[in-house]
Design a protein around this ligand. Structure first.
Ligand code: FAD
Length: 489
């Protein structure tokens, strides 16, 4: 006879506790499969969520369900029926793909999420705006990661954020598949067909999945065809990120974070740094998280002088190409900057390792930032329509030292979910697209100061977040070229 799930010593509780604490992507997925098997639960979507809830009703699980129930009870979701019958494919298990998938699941859509990798390895730390902290708390973040935004902390490592969101997505019935790469679209073959995906490996059973909405959250380098990119070329900006092991010692705890020292505000600090070390920076940020994380923008001349960049070159790609960078000099540069900016108070700085097992130091070009011209489009073929939306870095690439990435990424994830809600309600496609573009116009100007102050009221409804938003700023007649009829090139 099987043990009822709420009895002490019930194996399902132990599996669920392991799931809550799991610290690697594959471990999370493994625990979840084990949990569903143990409870004899199948299926996806909110039905699975209700099954889990009914089966796991001991104190720790109940605390999480009450958070998620409160969230799911919001009127925008129509009790999980707003998008019932809508089939979504989300590409990318970065923070924004996962966040969008969660909203779509709450709306009652069938959600399949693909991720080409099988691990979450980014130590780098993301700045959180107050609304993102509130949002993650409401999703039960503290249940998965006890140290989430304790005290005045307003940041989280990318991998921890992905872990939290992956767990929430799974509980809400999102189907997550790792090691699957999205490569393109297959238009419907006949009148009764539906849109499908070209995937790698091509043997994946998901190639048979037919969907009516595609949300692309594949990051800065991945944008599906049909979308045009716009480049903004600013002045040369070379970013360096580095992570050191955090042993959480007393000495480490006492060192103050630097939440953004820009040259214009602190000339003296940067002058001293230059005089004493030869390092010349535009800005530097230091967050104490799972690691000691630093992000800085360095001046080219000082990188040349310190032997980090070997030869000056006109185009930035060749300038920062691996052959033109002395890695050891880069490590020394990053470590010296970290030591100076923390007054040499972080003892024994030792590099954390990246997913390749190498010291976690990277140099990136922020000179040319790209954004998509449009946030969404519709394709129609053989009478079947597909709504495509972009979220996260593939919509707008963020400048990391400003820490706008995940906040604007979440705003766009909510906007995309709102768009899918309107689509599922049968709103004419051009109206859906016009409204989405009207909202998108606001994204690049958003800051914690010019978004609505009442963050507890934020929902996928744009009016709760953007003050005085005009949802008809762009008219349906202006977005006709976003409705593409015919096969994919
Ligand atoms: P991402 O987090 O990039 O996630 C995209 C996901 O899609 C990835 O998991 C990728 O594997 C997957 N994917 C891509 N193509 C496909 C495909 N064809 N099929 C299936 N899956 C696919 N921001 C900061 O503010 N500070 C930092 O220090 C910082 N460091 C970063 C370091 C790196 C190496 C990268 C890539 C980004 C960094 N960012 C940083 C940006 C930050 O991670 C993003 O703003 C944030 O994660 C939100 O991005 P996203 O979810 O849109 O995309």
């Amino acid at each position: 006879m099987s043990v009822p799930a709420n009895e002490p010593g019930n194996p399902a509780h132990a599996i669920f506790e392991r799931f809550l604490r799991a610290g690697e992507c594959q471990e999370v997925l493994g625990c979840f499969v084990e949990l569903c098997q143990q409870l004899g639960l199948q299926g996806t979507g909110l039905q699975l969520y209700h099954g889990l809830k009914a089966a796991l009703n001991y104190w720790n699980a109940k605390a999480l369900w009450s958070k998620l129930d409160k969230k799911a009870g919001h009127k925008d979701y129509d009790q999980g029926t707003a998008c019932a019958g809508t089939k979504c494919l989300v590409v990318g298990a970065g923070p924004c793909g996962l966040r969008a998938a969660i909203e779509l699941a709450l709306l009652g859509a069938h959600v399949v999420l693909l991720e080409k990798r099988d691990s979450f390895s980014r130590n780098n730390v993301l700045h959180l705006w107050p609304f993102t902290i509130h949002d993650l708390r409401a999703l039960g973040a503290k249940k998965f990661y006890g140290r989430f935004c304790t005290g005045t902390l307003d940041h989280i490592s990318i991998r921890q954020l992905q872990l939290i969101l992956l767990k929430v997505a799974l509980l809400l019935g999102v189907e997550v598949h790792i090691n699957v790469r999205f490569e393109g679209l297959v238009p419907p073959a006949g009148k009764a067909g539906g849109w499908q995906a070209v995937l790698q490996p091509s043997s994946s059973p998901l190639t048979q999945y037919k969907f009516d909405v595609l949300i692309s959250a594949g990051g800065g380098k991945f944008v599906p065809e049909g979308f045009k990119r716009k480049e903004t070329r600013g002045k040369l900006a070379i970013g360096i990120t580095t992570n050191f092991i955090n042993r959480h010692s007393r000495a480490e705890v006492e060192v103050a974070e630097i939440s953004g020292v820009a040259r214009i505000y602190n000339q003296k600090f940067f002058q001293n740094l230059y005089n004493k070390t030869g390092i010349d920076l535009e800005n530097i940020v230091y967050y104490k998280d799972d690691t000691h994380y630093f992000v800085m923008t360095a001046k080219k001349q000082s990188l040349l002088k310190k032997g980090v960049i070997l030869q000056d070159k006109a185009d930035i790609e060749s300038l920062l190409s691996p052959e033109n960078v002395n890695r050891d000099a880069l490590l020394s540069y990053a470590k010296e900057a970290a030591n100076f900016s923390t007054n040499y108070c972080l003892p024994e700085l030792e590099f954390a390792l990246n997913h390749r097992g190498l010291p976690d130091v990277d140099m990136f070009d922020f000179t040319c930032m790209t954004r998509s011209e449009n946030a969404a489009l519709v394709r129609e073929h053989n009478g079947s329509r597909l709504l495509l939306g972009l979220v996260g870095d593939c919509l707008v690439e963020p400048f990391w030292p400003l820490g706008t990435g995940v906040a604007r990424g979440f705003l766009a994830a909510f906007d995309a979910a709102w768009m899918v809600r309107r689509w599922a309600a049968g709103t004419p496609p051009l109206e859906v697209l016009a409204e989405r573009e009207s909202i998108y116009q606001h994204l690049s100007q958003t800051s914690p100061d010019n978004t609505n102050k009442n963050i507890t009221q934020y929902s996928i409804d744009p009016a709760t977040r953007y003050p005085n938003i005009n949802l008809q700023a762009i008219k349906a007649s202006q977005v006709r070229d976003l409705y593409l009829v015919g096969t994919v090139e």
